[in-house]
Design a protein around this ligand. Structure first.
Ligand SMILES: Nc1ncnc2c1ncn2[C@@H]1O[C@H](COP(=O)(O)OP(=O)(O)O)[C@@H](O)[C@H]1O
Ligand SMILES: [Mg+2]
Length: 290
């Protein structure tokens, strides 16, 4: 499989002329692409030639058994890890060699696993801190009273997006688990990301919180792109526009849920009860359930 380009690659290649000649973009509506991405740990290949295409505006789910390489792939995308080989394109631009801070400023934000919530600050204060951080220390305009009021206004708006207006003055430590996660999401939104990476947003949650966070992800995905690792097939089948299935570091299937769930290789990868769950969309029990 030397050439994985699909029809339409020529137009995309023109649009991505800023990137190197070897990294022609394969889809005009792609916001994020990886080309044959590899990550090796002392001879063990955790990510093995992954070519991914995330379309702008989609909720794209990354699924696969434990140890498939999902978190490693996320770490490559946020530049927490450097790939052994391959390329990452964001908005058609080659970002493979960019620094993590540059990536965050450039519009890719990760939420949930790396928590940015300070327990002793209220929900409002947490979002305000995130906003100030997003603005950077070199920006002074928020120091004036008027700008501070505007900052609070923006923070309240973000709390509204995640349904936490009523808890604005509650210390983060006193929020219920689902609300804490909603707050984390609000602090991520403060960065105004074009692409949000969510690693197992419903992990360890009960049914109610799962439903709430699923609804939240759908709500905040409006006008944004979401790439999420998710184990709960009910969640995936409900909100994902597209799914990539990873197994032993490789993508074994790509497409909408109905298509992927019928793929024999995918069913095999999810043997037993999980295959049944995959086929009828009934959902794998929430993570943490024995
Ligand atoms: N820093 C590391 N050093 C060595 N092996 C690692 C490292 N990080 C992950 N791995 C290995 O890579 C594989 C994929 O891990 P991971 O990406 O965490 O999988 P997933 O998130 O899909 O469960 C696993 O076998 C894991 O043990
Ligand atoms: Mg993981």
């Amino acid at each position: 499989m030397q050439d994985q380009r699909v029809p339409g690659s020529k137009t995309a290649a023109i649009a991505s002329s800023a990137s190197s000649a070897s990294s022609a973009s394969s889809a005009p509506d792609a916001i994020l692409e990886t080309h044959r991405l590899v990550k090796e740990f002392n001879g063990f290949v955790a990510v093995d030639g992954v070519s991914l295409c995330v379309r702008r505006g989609d909720i794209h789910a990354l699924i696969g058994p434990n140890g498939a390489g999902k978190t490693t792939l996320f770490n490559l995308l946020t530049k927490f890890l450097q790939p052994s080989s391959g390329e990452i394109l964001f908005r058609g631009e080659n970002i493979t060699r960019r620094a993590p801070a540059e990536i965050a400023r450039g519009g890719i934000a990760r939420s949930f696993q790396i928590s940015a919530v300070f327990p002793n600050l209220t929900a409002l204060e947490n979002v305000r801190v995130a906003l100030q951080r997003a603005l950077g220390t070199s920006f002074y305009f928020w120091r004036s009273g008027k700008s501070l009021a505007r900052l609070d206004e923006r923070a309240m708006h973000l709390l509204g997006e995640v349904g936490l207006v009523g808890r604005a003055l509650t210390p983060a430590a006193d929020l219920a688990y689902g609300s804490k996660r909603a707050l984390e999401l609000a602090t991520t939104l403060a960065l105004e990301p074009e692409l949000m990476l969510l690693d197992e947003p419903t992990q360890g949650m009960g049914h109610e919180d799962v439903a709430r966070v699923t609804g939240l992800i759908r709500a905040v995905s409006a006008g944004r792109t979401v790439l999420m690792v998710e184990h709960n097939m009910k969640v995936v089948s409900t909100i994902a526009d597209n799914i990539s299935v990873l197994q032993r570091g490789r993508v074994i299937a790509d497409g909408p849920y109905a298509e992927v769930a019928r793929n024999p290789q995918v069913i095999e990868a999810y043997m037993g009860t999980e295959a049944t769950a995959l086929a009828d969309g009934a959902g794998i029990p929430p993570a943490g359930t024995p």
